[in-house]
Design a protein around this ligand. Structure first.
Ligand SMILES: Cc1cc2nc3c(=O)[nH]c(=O)nc-3n(C[C@H](O)[C@H](O)[C@H](O)COP(=O)(O)OP(=O)(O)OC[C@H]3O[C@@H](n4cnc5c(N)ncnc54)[C@H](O)[C@@H]3O)c2cc1C
Length: 325
């Protein structure tokens, strides 16, 4: 065992408790690769540390800064393309998954404040009680809400850019200082992104793990409508649905639109592998229509009219009614 690392682990254990810092090789190896292991060579971190709150994060960062040791934050670790794979020998992997508290759901402000380890699945379980939901990426429900928004996730919905859902956050810098963005900087209210001066939330976003560690983030929530309908519409070539998609976007009729090939539709959305997909149209447009009663019906009628106009074939529909999710 490397003497420097084992001395470091002792110092880290003094901060987070003995069971939450280790340089055990088997455990370090389990953090050494991600699903892009064939592009990004595997590399073990020097040690793993699992803080339980932001004061422990601060103490770990200050210790690492004193010794000039690289730190890699890791929230749910569903990263792709080597984002949490160490580059330097002896790096500290800062596993934030113990920090998985939903600090607040505010139904009036339609916001949620979360720690790094909170996943989309965990958050939806709580927000649905208020008929609210977070904005979802196309990723598994096991990814971190905080990291996805902080990294500016990619969305197929009317919500545009992942970072649009972020209102404010708190980031601990390598020297232990705290950066608070938006209205957090001036008051205890984290609900407003813009105030006087520059947009610090935007300035510091999408620097995964290089500026500091985000310990909590407040995000917008959206209405979970009683009426929601998903259409899967088949087309034989990729150009025909263009006008259909344009019309839906122009009239703001769909909450989500995705154009996929028939294999992605079957395997990725239906989870079916055993199907004669050659018999299907080559492309599938997935359209989610939602709204309150009356508004939903009006949107649905228009979507059907546009669908008919461009000759799409409805392959399947899901209709979610009150209480379904
Ligand atoms: C099959 C699949 C499909 C996906 N599809 C989509 C999609 O359609 N749209 C989309 O937006 N995303 C998509 N993703 C990505 C996914 O949404 C995750 O958000 C992303 O992979 C990051 O993973 P994570 O949240 O587990 O973060 P981690 O893997 O823990 O970290 C990712 C990066 O952020 C840094 N980081 C982690 N925590 C912090 C912190 N607290 N403070 C500062 N930096 C931190 C890490 O160092 C690392 O660089 C997909 C992922 C998969 C596996």
């Amino acid at each position: 065992m490397d003497g420097t690392i084992s001395k470091l682990v002792k110092e880290l254990q003094a901060i987070v408790g003995e069971e939450n810092a280790t340089d055990d090789q088997a455990i370090c190896t389990s953090y050494s690769r991600d699903q892009h292991w064939h592009f990004v060579p595997a590399k073990n971190p020097g040690c793993i540390v699992r803080p339980g709150d932001k004061e422990e994060v601060r103490a770990v960062l200050m210790l690492a800064n004193t010794h000039k040791i690289p730190v890699i934050p890791y929230s749910t670790g569903i990263n792709v393309r080597g984002l949490t794979i160490p580059v330097h020998d002896g790096s500290i992997l800062l596993d934030l998954s113990r920090m998985n508290r939903i600090l607040e759901i505010n139904p009036e402000m339609k916001t949620a404040t979360v720690e790094p380890g909170v996943t989309f699945g965990m958050l939806l379980e709580q927000t649905r009680k208020y008929k609210l939901r977070p904005a979802f990426p196309d990723a598994p429900l096991t990814v971190s809400v905080l990291v996805n928004y902080y990294l500016r996730g990619i969305y197929q919905t009317a919500a545009k850019d992942g970072h649009d859902h972020t209102l404010s956050y708190e980031m601990i810098l390598p020297n232990g200082e705290t950066l608070k963005t938006g209205s957090r900087a001036l008051s205890k209210m984290p609900y407003f992104r813009y105030g006087v001066g520059p947009d610090f939330a935007g300035m510091f976003c999408a620097h995964p793990g290089t500026c500091g560690v985000v310990t909590e983030l407040t995000a917008k929530l959206y209405r979970l409508f009683d009426h929601r309908k998903e259409y899967f519409i088949g087309f034989d070539d990729v150009n025909t649905p263009t006008r259909f998609i344009y019309n839906l976007m122009h009239d703001e009729l769909a909450a989500s639109i995705r154009l996929v090939d028939n294999q992605s539709w079957l395997k990725g959305i239906f989870g079916t592998f055993d199907y004669p997909y050659e018999e299907l149209p080559k492309f599938v447009v997935c359209v989610l229509v939602e709204g309150v009663e009356g508004v939903f019906d009006a949107k649905d009628t228009l979507v059907r009219a546009y669908m008919k106009e461009c000759g799409g074939e409805v392959l399947h529909t899901f209709y979610f009614r009150r209480g379904y999710i």
